[in-house]
Design a protein around this ligand. Sequence first.
Ligand code: NAD
Length: 360
Amino acid sequence: MATKQILILPGDGIGPEIVTEARKVLEAADKKYNLGLSFDEDLMGGSSIDAHGVPLTDSALAKARAADAILLGAVGGPKWDKIDRAIRPEQGLLQMRSKLELFANLRPALMYPQLVDSSSLKPEVVSGLDILIVRELTGGIYFGQPRGIRTLDNGEREGYNTYVYSESEIERIGRIAFEMAQKRQGRVCSVDKANVLEATMLWREVMDRLAPEYPDVELSHMYVDNAAMQLVRAPKQFDVLVTGNMFGDILSDAAAMLTGSIGMLPSASLNQHGQGMYEPCHGSAPDIAGQGLANPLAAILSGAMMLRYSLNMAQAAEGIEAAVGRVLDQGLRTTDIATEHSTKVSTQEMGDAVVKELLA
Ligand code: NAD
């Protein structure tokens, strides 16, 4: 069997703690399912700035290019907040996304029945929730040119950005959404602001053009303001939501919170070849770093997504997800998801419990 090379980038803050647990779980899955995984590690973000003066070195990037998949903890923290913007930790992340052309960001929001009381919404609104947000990640207003802050003739300053999408950019993210829906409930809702923004009128046109190629998928459209409202009113109406970079940034955070804790949410960023970077949705949580308080489940579930989407190892992915479910059934909880009746465990204890269930 060909070895699958995984590059691990622990990053900063709680990154190294949670990634240690995710790696342990992947190694256990490797043992159980005989996957042929091989691991390498490198630095990105603040840890790389401290060691090399830049958030991402050429050699770490070369390793990432050569890997089958990348597992990232999180980057950033107050220690690096005041340094030059061009070499801040998050620049490492942005460079990685753009150099590897990781244009498709997949963010599932899945409500574990055991955690239904952790949501800020009523149990009947969120129980059984299973949605996937597909966000375009390398285009749109976050990258569009021209951009900047200029001084007008009257001396007043003006900030400006450009919301731009080409047909090919829309088409490739649209195809990902349709393909994902084919493996799920067969529904795509495309989110735009086509009543106001020309770029999203084109977005809607391209989605409509693609739809007949996927007759088993039902396509609908929704304006972003309504989508924000519907996500908190009746989120279960959605299966796959596909949208541009900025709308996706905002909606995916809202969807994340429907499920209770940010410590539970994995994500994937894929390129055209299925290569991907997998990371929890949360940041480096410097406020709890080094205390064994971080929830490693988002990182562990990111590892499961990696097996499913980049390495084609769905059975092992399901094994990990089921093991996480059983650990929650036992009432084990890190602080962020703990309740009165649960058993509080540390980051490491949670990782150990998942390994134990996986191998049981
Ligand atoms: P954050 O997600 O790091 O933390 C927000 C809150 O959630 C904090 O109270 C934190 O303790 C808690 N939290 C986050 N993850 C948790 C986990 N696994 N278990 C338990 N609690 C958890 O967001 P922030 O505080 O806005 O950002 C902190 C740093 O992370 C900043 O430097 C920011 O730039 C960076 N950041 C990085 C990424 C990334 O690497 N992809 C994403 C977002 C933020």
